[in-house]
Design a protein around this ligand. Structure first.
Ligand code: SF4
Length: 387
């Protein structure tokens, strides 16, 4: 059966992007003319070149666009040329305390350098030199202000890391770079509290046109960090604020990338890939929806084609949702009605629902691939719903 996956439609977004300057971060565009990019940070010792490159390769495979590495020692700085050269995605060097590593990172060919002015002594005196080196090399700089390391003078003035304090610090540093005619900047003003963080970015967005790197710092373990990041990023991205994101989790960095991509997909800022629409189940359910949804999700892991699959537990909403998806099942009476693009193609016993859905999803993916090879585009709308 050949299935029409439909013409790609421009997905609706909640707001146009805030207009910004544009940056080239090692070939990845950052700014309003480019898709919002996803970043993460390695957890290996940067001096362990092979270990770091291995982790970067895993992050790249997961969809990470830009990776950051910490540079706390001379050994880490010495590893930068090899890492920057061999990584398949742009490498940003993260520098605190030691300005000399900023220059080492620029010389190493890093795609960008993140500096935390609050953690670099007499940073303001060094801005001229940093700006000159970065300009010569075409290296953008991220001014990464962090609530936990605000400069003492700003803390003294504001009493604590308020949104205004974070923004004042960031814009002050940006103004020093601007005095040296250096504008290839992106800015972050991170705070662990989403409300403070959102307010800080809103204020910042009103006062400059630099691209913004969003982050809720020290967001916590996966569950809490995901909620905090999704809430805060959602509040900002839904207003068009934010050009690159990093979800900070106390979890392997690959999780940060998955969460970041999901946030962007949820807001239609990235094309959705596999989407499982499954019902929460209730007293009417006639199958084990959780099990069914888990098994279908596991069976379709890695699916690159944008499919929406509906898994529904009974006939109340099941047929409607299943009909709307690219592929779906409405369960009841020990059977599952299988829908493909709105049509019931067969009814199978409950025990065969998962394998049938997977089989049909593969067929849809194959059709989409052939369509793409034939010069069309894989549709932007196919979906699989499980309910
Ligand atoms: S589809 Fe049926 S089982 Fe699932 S939540 Fe709705 S009413 Fe309950």
């Amino acid at each position: 059966m050949t299935v029409d996956l439909g013409l790609p439609e421009a997905p609706a977004v909640l707001a146009p992007r805030r207009r910004t300057r544009q940056l080239d971060v090692g070939g990845v565009g950052v700014g309003s003319d480019h898709p919002v990019s996803v970043q993460s940070m390695t957890t290996t010792l940067t001096s362990d070149v092979n270990g770091t490159l291995q982790q970067i390769a895993e992050l790249t495979a997961a969809g990470c666009d830009i990776v950051r590495v910490a540079v706390p020692s001379a050994d880490d700085a010495a590893a930068l040329p090899a890492i920057a050269t061999k990584s398949n995605i742009p490498v940003v060097a993260d520098i605190h305390f030691q300005p000399k590593y900023v220059f080492a990172a620029i010389d190493a060919g890093c795609a960008a350098v993140r500096v935390n002015p609050g953690n670099i002594k007499k940073f303001d005196d060094k801005v001229g030199e940093i700006a000159a080196a970065a300009k010569d090399a075409g290296t953008p700089i991220r001014i990464g202000v962090n609530a936990g390391s605000l400069e003492p003078s700003i803390m003294a003035k504001h009493g604590k890391a308020t949104p205004e304090a974070l923004v004042e610090s960031a814009l002050w540093e940006a103004s020093l770079f601007a005095e040296h005619d250096f504008h290839d900047l992106k800015i972050s003003v991170k705070h662990h509290d989403p409300v403070t963080m959102v307010r800080a970015y809103e204020l910042l967005a009103e006062q400059c046109d630099y691209p913004l790197h969003l982050g809720v710092t020290e967001a916590g373990p996966t569950f809490q960090g995901t909620i905090k990041s999704a809430t805060a990023f959602g509040a900002l991205l839904s207003k068009g604020i934010g050009d690159t994101i990093r979800v900070s989790l106390s979890a392997p960095p690959i999780e940060e990338v998955r969460v970041g991509l999901s946030i962007l997909e949820s807001l239609n800022l990235r094309p959705r890939k596999l989407e499982i629409v499954s019902c929460p189940s209730c007293g009417r359910a006639q199958v084990d929806v959780y099990k069914l949804a888990d098994e279908v999700t596991a069976g379709l892991e890695g699916m690159e084609v944008p499919l929406r699959v509906a898994v529904m537990g009974c006939v109340v909403n099941g047929p409607g949702e299943a009909r709307d998806a690219d592929l779906g099942v409405a369960s009841g009476n020990g059977k599952g009605q299988i829908f493909v693009k709105g049509e019931v193609i067969k009814t199978v016993p409950e025990a065969q629902i998962v394998e049938t859905l997977i089989e049909e999803a593969m067929r849809l993916a194959e059709d989409a691939g052939e369509e793409e090879l034939a010069g069309g585009q894989a549709g932007g709308t196919p979906t699989v719903t499980v309910g």
